[in-house]
Structure formats: C-alpha cells, structure tokens
Design a protein around this ligand. Structure first.
Ligand code: FES
Length: 563
C-alpha cells in the first residue's frame, strides 16, 4: 500500500524511518493505528477572522469530517491562505496565484488521497481548483454558499449589487451619511458569499456544472441545513474518490465539461471574472478557452436565470427554484450530457433528478428567456486586438452601439484625483477610459473597470456611460462597461496610446471596440511610450515577471504545463 500515511514520505534517505517518524509524531494527536490506516482525506481550512464569506467554514469542516468518518476515511484539515475581497491590498487578484501555489504545494507535500476544497469568496475557489488541477489528485469542491438577503425600509438588499447602487445614490446626494451608514449594517446580514450573481456565485454554479461539486452545492445558502448536509455528503464523496483513485480534476475537466460550464456562465448572466478564472483553471490542464467559441455560445445561449445584477432575484431564490440541476435541465440541448461528475453520475443523471418547482419564475425556460443571447460578449478591434469582454445583460441597451469622445484616466490615482472635479471636461456622451489597471499595471487587475459616473453627471441624473479599461469589474456591478482590454496598457497595448479627445466606437453587435485614430499618429505615440519600472524583490517581483494577460487567465507563466 502506497496511499494514506505512506504517501509522499519526507526525504531522509530511509523510507522506513520516514514512515516511523511520521507515525510517531502524528500519534501525539491521539490517533490509533486503525485510524491512521484509513484513506486520508485532506480538507482545506480557509476560515479567517478577515473573511466573513468563509465564516461558516468551521461548521462545514465538522460536517465534512462526520461524512468522511462515516464512509471509512480519516479527515485531516489543514490551513491555506484565505482571501476576502475587501481585505486584500492592493486587490484580491494579486493574491489568487499565491493561494493557488500554496494549495498546490500543500496538496503535493502532505499524504492526501483525496481532498475536499472548501472556499467561496471570489478568488478562493479558482485558486483552489488551479492548485488541485496541477497537483492532479481526486478532489471535491464545497462552496461556502451565499448569504441570505438583507432588508432596509421594506426594500430587499443584496451584496454587492445594492452596495454599488446605493453608494452611487449617496454620491449623487440622494442618501445622506446617516442613511448610508444604516444601510452598511443591512447589506451583508449573514455569513456566506455575496448573494447576487456576482463572481462567487458564478464560480460556484459553474463548479457544480462542470462536475466538481455535488448537486445543490452551487446555490444552497451558507447558513441553511442543506449546506451542512452537503458538507457531510461531500466528505463521503471524497472517500469514494480516494478508494477509486479518481476521477481527478484532469478527468472531470474535459473540453466537453468546460464547454458545459461556459454555457452555464452565459445562461446565468454571470460574472466576467469567471472567464478569466476558468481560463486559468483549464490552462493548468493544457486546455485553451477559445474566446471566439465563447462568444458564439453567447449568441446561441439565452440568459435564463433572473438574478441581480442582470435580473431581479437572489441566490436563495435560485436555490429554491431548483438551482443548477433545474437550469441544466432547461439547457439540456446545449450540453454534453455524458460529462461525469464527482457524485459518480453524469450530467444526464443530475438532470433526471432535478426538482421541478411549480410556478417558480427564477429559472426561465428557453422559450421565455430573460434575454435572447447570453450575458457576455467578446469584443475585438483596434483597442483590444487580444480581446475584451462586455456584460451585455448588465448594460444599457441604447449604449451597446455608441461613438464618443475619450476622457482618459492614466491610472487609479489619476481617476480618484480628477473624476469628481467640477472642471473635468466630460459630458454624458463621452467614453471614460481607465488604463494601467491590468494584470501588470495596477498590479493585479483590480475590479476598477466600473468607473464611477463623474459626480457632476451623477447629480444631473446620468446613470450609465460607456467605459473601457484593462481592469476587471465586480460580478455584482452593472453598466455598459468594456473590460479586460488585451494587451493591457502597461505592456504597451493600444489603450496606452489613447488621448483625451480621441474618438472611440463601440459596436456590440459587430463585436468591435475601435480607436478612431490614424495609423501614423498611433505609430508616433507608440514610439514615445515607455514601459513602467518593475519591482526589486519579493512576491511583487515574481508577480510582475510572471503574470500573463487576461486571455491566458492571468496565471503565472511558470505554472502552466510545459508544451
Ligand atoms: Fe466574498 Fe463577495 S466579498 S463573495
């Protein structure tokens, strides 16, 4: 037997001594030989006082341990990095690849036959799946689950779509300081992840659709008994995988399963960030995500799930309407139903057991969609030859075809300093441009792509403008916002060459974003451009040296498989 405690022995040049020493030390915890001879199921412990989205992780670990032991395994929880969106400077995306490295190397270093990955806040599940894909061991994913909704003066609130909407009203002078303070106590009323179809919810639903999480795991509320039962069942599933030696992530994430997940991304009107994250996860397995294929899916697959920010409801309503299995049933004609899952069944079997909820209005049939054509469009053109993304389902229809004058901000500090000035030369029809906010530029490609409407325009009632950047945006945001312009300005991409006053044209139907400046002028500007300085040391230096562009998932170059 080479599994269990005998796996991955510490190097002393004497395997017998290595195993003897390992047993001697672990017995300090009171384990018996019987326990130590069971399949070992690792559990990633991402609880942190800085991470309320993972506030239920201790309860989930307790339930998962119960499921593992009932199924004959030995649970071993171990800590990894935990990242919360609001507690990560300069931005959580800067740390995603560090968490992926941490997860991968701890999965390799410790004697683990299968692992239960518990995560939830935006960057955590992608990081865990990237690491587990590279480590290539059997794994089940358990999202922490969404929060319940909040309430304020009779209005239902959800983080963080309503955080942004109500903050915009405060900026416009419609809500005073006392009101916005009271609202801050109502937006996130329970532990768990943001309860709109933001990045965390999108990733959780796609993880269920790709077959790495049990049915219901993408949507069950963080604080409900369903979530605890899912933890117990996920633990038991890990023991089955350990006994069978798989499937591993490589066997679950096939091209067909990846396409299923991207189909779900379109149908839920999901977060643009998910495209970057799943590109990174698949990239660890040598699977490319073809942006043009993804855009074709976007033209064919309708948006069926009526959740904020594209629609009206919240994650708990999606769950009670049947969740991802019900959605997969509606999407069956677009899916490869033979794809296998960690529950041991195929997507076809998941669909067969989907709950049919009479009268529910959250998951629409294909014949009555929220929107014809999916949520996300891939744009190309002279401003983004490597691609850019626009969330159609959260945009203002009248702005999807628009030409306007560029108002350029050179970076986040420039934008913060000038955007609210009364003397800013800007009108409603202009196009706001933010550059140097990409993977290398900021660094870490922060969620700054939803540039605020300049205060003087917000006060005049302007709710949306065309905005373009090399940044990302929160999955909870809304507006006519072109993101991920690739290559980014910090590596000399076309965004670096835009000047205020240039004309920019967005044509979503034609999938174009163009800078209307002649080639000779652009060549002059290119010749005058200089690259920003790198970093001297530490993780920042590693990050700047290795991070890839958005179309490669912003992974580190050295983490991709050798070709
Ligand atoms: Fe953690 Fe939104 S801040 S999911």
């Amino acid at each position: 037997m080479t599994g269990g405690l005998r796996k991955g022995l510490t190097s002393y040049g004497d395997d017998g001594f290595s195993l003897f020493l390992r047993r001697a030390f672990i017995k300090a915890m009171g384990f018996t030989d019987d326990a130590l001879d069971r399949p070992i199921i690792g559990i990633t412990d991402t609880a942190s006082d800085f991470n309320p989205c993972h506030g239920n992780v201790p309860d989930l670990i307790a339930a998962a341990k119960r499921g593992i032991m009932l199924a004959g395994g030995l649970p071993m929880a171990f800590p990894t990095i935990s990242i919360h969106e609001s507690f990560a400077h300069p931005t959580s995306m800067f740390l995603r690849n560090l968490m992926a490295l941490d997860t991968e190397e701890m999965l390799r270093a410790q004697p683990i036959d299968a692992v239960l990955l518990i995560g939830g806040c935006d960057k955590t599940l992608p990081a865990q799946m990237m690491g587990a894909a590279s480590a290539d061991i059997p794994a089940v994913v358990l999202p922490t689950g969404p929060m319940l909704v909040g309430h304020y003066r009779g209005e239902v609130l959800g983080a963080c779509t309503d955080c942004r909407r109500l903050w915009a009203r405060h900026r416009a002078g419609e809500l005073d300081a006392a009101e916005i303070d009271a609202i801050s106590g109502r937006l996130a009323p329970t532990k768990g992840t943001c309860m709109v179809m933001g990045t965390a919810s999108t990733i959780a639903c796609m993880t269920e659709a790709i077959g790495l999480a049990l049915p219901g795991a993408g949507t069950a509320p963080a604080t409900h008994a369903d979530r605890v039962r899912l933890a117990e069942a996920s633990g038991a599933a890990c023991v089955r995988l350990a006994g069978a030696g798989g499937p591993t992530l490589r066997q679950i994430i096939t091209p067909a399963a990846l396409r299923n997940a991207l189909t779900v991304l379109q149908a839920i009107g999901g977060s643009t960030n998910a495209l970057i994250h799943f590109t990174a996860i698949a990239g660890r397995l040598g699977l490319p995500v073809d942006l043009d294929m993804f855009d074709r899916l976007g033209r064919e697959v309708p948006v069926l799930v009526d959740l904020k920010p594209s629609g009206a409801h919240y994650m708990e309503h999606f769950h009670w309407a049947g969740g991802v299995p019900r959605l997969l049933a509606e999407l069956a004609s677009f899916l490869d139903l033979s794809a296998v899952t960690v529950s041991g069944s195929t997507i076809a079997e998941t669909i067969a057991s989907a709950e049919l909820v009479p009268g529910q209005e959250v998951i629409r049939p294909c014949g009555a969609p929220i929107q014809v054509g999916g949520g996300l469009a891939v744009l190309r053109g002279s401003l983004a030859p490597g691609g850019a993304v626009l969330k159609r389902s959260a945009a203002t229809p009248a702005l999807l075809r628009h030409e306007g004058r560029a108002v350029v901000f050179d970076g986040l500090a420039d934008m913060a300093a000038r955007i609210d000035r009364d003397d800013l030369d800007v009108t409603e029809g202009d196009v706001l441009v933010l550059r140097n906010a990409g993977p290398k530029g900021a660094p870490g490609m922060p969620e700054a792509g939803a540039l605020p409407i300049p205060r003087k325009l917000a006060r005049a009632g302007v709710k949306d403008m065309v905005r373009i950047s090399d940044a990302r945006m929160s999955g909870t945001a809304f507006g006519t916002i072109v993101l991920h312009a690739t290559p980014e300005a910090a590596v000399g991409g076309p965004l670096a060459l835009v000047r205020s006053g240039d004309r920019i044209r967005l044509d979503t139907e034609a999938r174009r974003i163009d800078l209307l400046v002649d080639a000779a002028t652009l060549a002059e500007r290119q010749a005058a451009w200089t690259a920003p300085a790198g970093a001297e040391r530490g993780y920042l230096r590693l990050f700047l040296d290795q991070v890839l562009q958005a179309d490669a998932g912003c992974d580190f170059a050295f983490c991709r498989p050798a070709t």
